[in-house]
Design a protein around this ligand. Structure first.
Ligand code: NAD
Length: 255
């Protein structure tokens, strides 16, 4: 039961973030949404659980906008109890032709933003002696795939930052952990399926081929399943789960 707790979910207008926001709302948490696109639709999805979500449109590649978002959380909701660092982008290209601006954007959004939200949320969590920081890393925080240099570097960085934050908060009521999903069918992955089709893959089998390469279950992980794991990490039963990188990946990294 998360009544009275406030959860900030970055990148929650779509995909995994929106799924997690809904599960937390259902458990009674106040929700602050962030991200681009169809903001009203995302708000409606959360509001069906009887809570009016907050929203801040910070572009997480910009540190000053993150500061502004955390100020908003403080003034409107009294701070952040549950921080879900979820926003992320992808770009697929060999390292020697990887666009430099894509590298910079991926490191800023997928990694540096986690540092900024964490450093800004921690003082309030320590004051209340309760907090949950859950970083949505990836199986790519544990293993690599070709043509994803920036993403793999950023996600390995997120796993490292998770461990350091967990150690620094180990003697407090604040925990920090990472989730490492395998393939989840969201716009981020659909974009990679579309690229394979553009590169000549058969449209009817592109999705199955993507799964077959890496995910032994041959089924996608769902945002709802990741929401349930998030909910467990928010519970008192998970109070001594600290600094883990927990994969939910249909067997991807067991191979
Ligand atoms: P998605 O594209 O559906 O959603 C990404 C969200 O981030 C959107 O709400 C978008 O508006 C927001 N966003 C993008 N750039 C932003 C910025 N600069 N500032 C603020 N918000 C921004 O993607 P998704 O698949 O749901 O991915 C969510 C997270 O899960 C990412 O960190 C991703 O790396 C990770 N992940 C995804 C998969 C997968 O298979 N889909 C697997 C492992 C990890």
């Amino acid at each position: 039961n998360l009544h009275g707790k406030t959860a900030l979910v970055t990148g929650s207008t779509s995909g995994i973030g929106l799924g997690i926001a809904q599960v937390l709302a259902k458990a009674g948490a106040n929700i602050i949404l962030n991200g681009f696109g169809d903001i009203e639709a995302a708000k409606d999805r959360v509001a069906q659980y009887g809570t009016t979500p907050g929203y801040h449109g910070a572009d997480l590649s910009d540190e000053t906008q993150i500061v502004d978002m955390m100020r908003y959380a403080q003034s409107e909701f009294g701070g952040v109890d549950i921080l879900i660092n979820n926003a992320g982008i992808q770009h697929v290209s060999p390292v020697e032709t990887f666009p430099v601006e894509k590298w910079n954007a991926i490191i800023a959004i997928n990694l540096s933003s986690v540092f900024h939200t964490t450093r800004l949320a921690l003082p309030g969590m320590r004051e209340r002696n309760w907090g949950r920081i859950i970083n949505i890393a990836s199986v790519h925080g544990l293993v690599a795939s070709k043509e994803k240099s920036a993403y793999v570097a950023a996600k390995h960085g997120v796993v490292g930052l998770t461990k350091t934050t967990a150690l620094e908060t180990a003697q407090s009521g604040v925990t920090c952990n990472a989730l490492c999903p395998g393939w989840v069918l969201t716009p981020l992955v659909q974009q990679q399926i579309d690229k394979r089709i553009a590169d000549g893959a058969a449209p009817e089998s592109a999705r199955d081929a993507l799964l077959a390469e890496k995910q032994p279950s041959r089924e996608f992980v769902t945002p709802e399943q990741l929401g349930e794991l998030t909910l467990f990490l928010c519970s008192e039963g998970a109070a001594q789960v600290r600094g883990v990188a927990w994969n939910m990946d249909g067997g991807w990294v067991a191979q």
